[in-house]
Design a binder for this molecule. Structure first.
Ligand code: NAD
Ligand code: TYD
Length: 339
């Protein structure tokens, strides 16, 4: 079995590469990644030593490169993680989100059609469902919840999902789609809530909480997401959407306080800043379908996962310190200096 993993130098993609090399040592894994600001080849150091793993630098929207790669490698399965993934960046500059997330997906599916890939899996997000009200804890996103997006990021991911479903219906492309809640764990880029707060706390910098910190996210340990995708590409039904989440809803301020507690730092570091434009209130996944159809359940509960994650950032300081010492500084200045 040969699998193309796009975006494998990013957070979830790299965790998936390691998960698959470990779980299926006889599979060949090829990673295609453009190494944007979010991609880091160092993250794949361990995989690059494995003869079953190969890295190719390139853009998923580059038709010539993608078609050449598919012709040469004859992939059985494609798992598309490659994306622009940060909501705040999509508010600043939506264009690249449309190019990578929509046109990149189209390019990969065109190549998958031409070279008869047996499964094209699209890694999507619960953000395509929009948000839920804070005062209705009885409501959850199911696979039937209408698409209803808020940010340029979620709109681009939803557009891609619609295109993936159209390629299935129109061309018979054997697709599956997964929509997961917020992930956390090793190799998470420090512009996102959890790693940003860990890095700032360790550097005794202010922890910028948007609005009142009462927005709710449904957090899943990244390895449980990888396990779910592995199950879907092997046993999922072609044409289907699967929601992935572990019923672990927390307010942002709860997460920030928990990180400070684990690091033994003062809550005085918290600073409330101007809210995100169009800020989604609450995400909450109903994972009944993947549980009943594929037997998936999360293995890591939040109280363990957050300790593992904080420890990983403590033990791998060089990984994130190198990131935040580079162009990230300009990003941080731009996003947070006058907020
Ligand atoms: P990330 O930003 O950490 O990584 C994205 C990777 O894609 C990077 O390695 C980057 O270099 C690569 N990339 C970007 N543009 C590319 C292009 N044009 N061609 C090739 N490679 C390109 O993102 P992540 O958090 O790991 O998310 C991975 C996927 O999972 C995304 O599709 C995202 O929408 C989805 N998702 C993320 C979460 C989450 O909580 N992070 C939750 C649900 C779904
Ligand atoms: P984020 O990690 O960007 O994920 P997403 O927006 O895709 O859910 O943000 C998670 C939540 O944390 C979101 O409600 C916005 C909030 N947040 C802050 O309060 N401060 C920050 O500096 C960041 C990056 C996020």
């Amino acid at each position: 079995m040969k699998i193309l993993v796009t975006g494998g130098a990013g957070f979830i993609g790299s965790n998936f590469v390691y998960y698959m090399l470990d779980k299926h040592p006889n599979y060949d894994i090829v990673c295609l990644d453009a190494l944007t600001y979010a991609g880091n080849l160092k993250t794949l150091d361990g995989a690059l030593k494995n003869p079953k793993f190969k890295f190719v630098k390139g853009d998923i929207a580059d038709r010539e490169l993608v078609f050449d790669l598919f012709e040469k490698e004859e992939f059985d399965i494609v798992v598309n993680f490659a994306a622009e993934s940060h909501v705040d960046r999509s508010i600043e500059d939506p264009g690249i989100f449309l190019k990578t997330n929509i046109l990149g997906t189209q390019t990969l599916m065109d190549a998958s059609r031409k070279y008869n890939v047996k499964r094209y899996h699209q890694v999507s997000t619960d953000e395509v469902y929009g948000d839920l009200p804070l005062d209705r804890p009885d409501l959850f996103f199911t696979e039937e919840t209408p698409i209803h997006t808020s940010s340029p990021y979620s709109a681009s991911k939803a557009s891609a999902d619609l295109l993936v479903q159209a390629y299935h219906r129109t061309f018979g492309l054997p697709i599956t789609i997964s929509r997961c809640s917020n992930n956390y764990g090793p190799y998470h880029f420090p512009e996102k809530l959890i790693p940003l707060m860990i890095a700032n706390a360790l550097n005794n910098k202010k922890l910028p909480v948007y609005g009142e910190g009462l927005n709710v996210r449904d957090w899943l340990y990244v390895e449980d997401h990888c396990k779910a995708i592995d199950m879907i590409i092997h046993d999922g039904k072609v044409g289907e959407v699967y929601n992935i989440g572990g019923h672990n809803e927390k307010t942002n301020i709860y997460i920030v306080r928990k990180i400070l507690e684990l690091l033994g730092k003062s809550e005085d570091l918290i600073t409330y800043v101007t809210d995100r434009k169009g800020h989604d209130l609450r995400y909450a996944i109903d994972p009944t379908k993947i549980k009943n159809d594929l037997g998936w359940e999360p293995d890591t509960m939040f109280d363990d996962g957050i300790v593992k994650t904080v420890n990983w950032y403590l033990e791998n300081k060089s990984w994130w310190e190198e990131i935040i010492s580079g162009e990230y500084q300009d990003y941080y200045e731009k996003m947070y200096s006058n907020r």
